[in-house]
Unconditional design. Structure first.
Length: 116
């Protein structure tokens, strides 16, 4: 993220929610998405022997299963190399192009904004 860029209050809230999801479960990453009505959905990475889900994919699935008709933004907080783990395909499939996703460190410091 550029030094002079700052997050909107709504995007900062997504980072805070993603951090909380990650911390609550002690997962390697947590995510949050905001739908077109302003509702938020949060998730943490699921890593079981029989089921593995990325946090962002799960947050998108929760939005879809709750009846959201689209998404306007997302955030992921991770302690892993974000370029390696952030797959935006489910978000892109559901919400379309140009949806921003803030990628932040575990302390909440954003370091990039990716787009679908």
């Amino acid at each position: 993220m550029e030094p002079d860029m700052s997050l909107s209050p709504e995007d900062a809230k997504l980072v805070t929610l993603a951090r909380a999801s990650r911390a609550r479960t002690q997962a390697s990453d947590g995510a949050a998405v905001r739908d077109l009505d302003g509702r938020t959905y949060t998730a943490a990475r699921v890593k079981l022997p029989s089921l593995q889900l990325d946090a962002l994919d799960l947050a998108v699935a929760m939005a879809v299963s709750s009846g959201a008709t689209g998404l306007e933004a997302g955030a992921i907080v991770t302690d892993v190399d974000a370029q390696r783990i952030v797959d935006l395909s489910a978000l892109r499939e559901f919400a379309g192009a140009d949806v921003p996703v803030v990628v932040a460190d575990p302390d909440g410091t954003p370091h990039s904004v990716r787009s679908t």
